[in-house]
Design a protein around this ligand. Structure first.
Ligand code: ADP
Ligand code: MG
Length: 357
């Protein structure tokens, strides 16, 4: 499943925007100082149809004299950056596509991606449910919820049959995005679930009532490959693997893809890798560039074209308790997550039954 041949060729996807489509919110342009500070090479509006390969025989042609123009069109992953179409307007909601954000390593940007990708997808008029599935409750904290003050959390939903999803879900400050919060109680669930019937499918079954209400459900996994994470992978259609661009990340990815393969064989045959997301990327260091090159060599088109740069803005948003798309809406970080949302939606699977024809 990690074979690049199974990944979609985005550049060949024809796209005609429906005449009625317009962005649900006005997308602000990045401020020049942000562009300078974070040097995002990924925000290039490039349409593959405009691509003209270099004619190496015509040495005197202007194209041969000016090859840098062509190099600029390569994204940070070293591949030509496709144009990601604006997602079509939805006329109804559901069925939801469930995506687990998973990496057994901590501090790689899972929670940051869940919050900001969720918020950017919600800007496109999609209804998004975020599920905090980490006992540390960082996703809940990052959205301004105090985990120790919760009466009901995902723990109660998993283990108490009389608790319904509607009782646990709470709105966030982002229109269209809701949250199932978590706190330290969840750490006991791993042990308690062991005695349940169909213990790997408990999350899948408690999320079932949400499938027709939401378009996208993002599950923020804890940094381990234990029973909670297996529950998330069993409930999911796809996995997004956030990955910090550093050397040991490559070894960790091998272990994770093995687990995903096992879940696919035994519990969830439709599970696929939605994409590998390079985070905390710093184009100024050779090391991060080299790691990204190696990951693209190994995983090919499974690697998202969108890359998230390292910036202090993300830790700041956690303190503020809101996504970067509202905290600093014109920043390069917000633009990167908007591009990621368009890329995730363009990968096709997220355009649900309610898409306008
Ligand atoms: P995980 O959920 O994988 O443990 P987090 O999303 O919580 O990772 O990120 C770990 C820490 O790194 C947090 O403090 C977060 O604010 C910070 N962080 C995440 N993404 C970035 C980034 N692109 N640039 C700088 N800091 C980041
Ligand atoms: Mg986390």
């Amino acid at each position: 499943m990690t074979d690049s041949s199974t990944a979609r060729d985005l550049s060949s996807m024809p796209y005609e925007p429906p005449p009625r489509w317009r962005p649900p919110v006005a997308l602000p342009t990045p401020r020049p100082q942000d562009a300078e500070a974070e040097a995002p090479t990924q925000v290039v509006d490039y349409k593959p149809v405009d691509f003209e390969p270099l004619d190496h025989d015509a040495v005197d042609s202007p194209a041969a004299e000016n090859p840098p123009a062509l190099i600029e069109k390569l994204g940070p992953t070293g591949r030509v950056l496709p144009h990601f179409p604006a997602p079509p307007l939805l006329t109804s909601h559901g069925p939801a596509r469930v995506i687990a954000l998973c990496n057994q390593k901590g501090g790689v940007g899972k929670t940051t991606a869940a919050i900001n990708l969720g918020a950017a997808i919600a800007e496109h008029g999609r209804r998004v449910l975020l599920v905090d599935f980490d006992p540390q409750g960082s996703l809940s904290v990052g959205l301004g919820v105090a985990p120790h003050e919760l009466d009901l959390s995902v723990y109660n939903l998993l283990l108490q049959r009389d608790v319904t999803l509607a009782e646990v879900v709470r709105p966030t400050r982002v229109p269209g995005m809701d949250l199932v919060p978590a706190n330290i109680d969840l750490s006991a669930a791993e042990m308690q679930l062991v005695n349940e019937v169909a213990r790997e499918q408990v999350l899948q079954s408690v999320l079932r009532p949400a499938m027709n209400t939401y378009d996208v459900i993002l599950i923020d996994c804890q940094p381990s490959l234990g029973l909670l994470t297996i529950n998330a992978l069993t409930a999911a259609h796809g996995v997004i693997v956030p990955m910090e661009c550093e050397f040991f990340a490559l070894r960790g990815l091998a272990m994770l893809t093995e687990t995903i393969d096992k879940v696919q064989q035994r519990l969830n045959p439709d599970l696929r890798i939605e994409g590998i997301l390079a985070t905390m990327y710093d184009a100024r260091t050779i090391h991060t560039r080299e790691v990204l090159t190696r990951v693209v060599e190994r995983f090919g088109d499974a690697v998202f074209h969108t890359v998230i740069n390292r910036t202090i803005r993300f830790p700041e948003t956690t303190v503020a308790g809101e996504p970067i798309t509202t905290y600093d809406t014109g920043s390069a970080g917000a633009a990167a997550f908007r591009q990621l949302a368009a890329e995730v939606l363009a990968r096709g699977a997220l355009v649900g039954a309610g898409a306008a024809q």
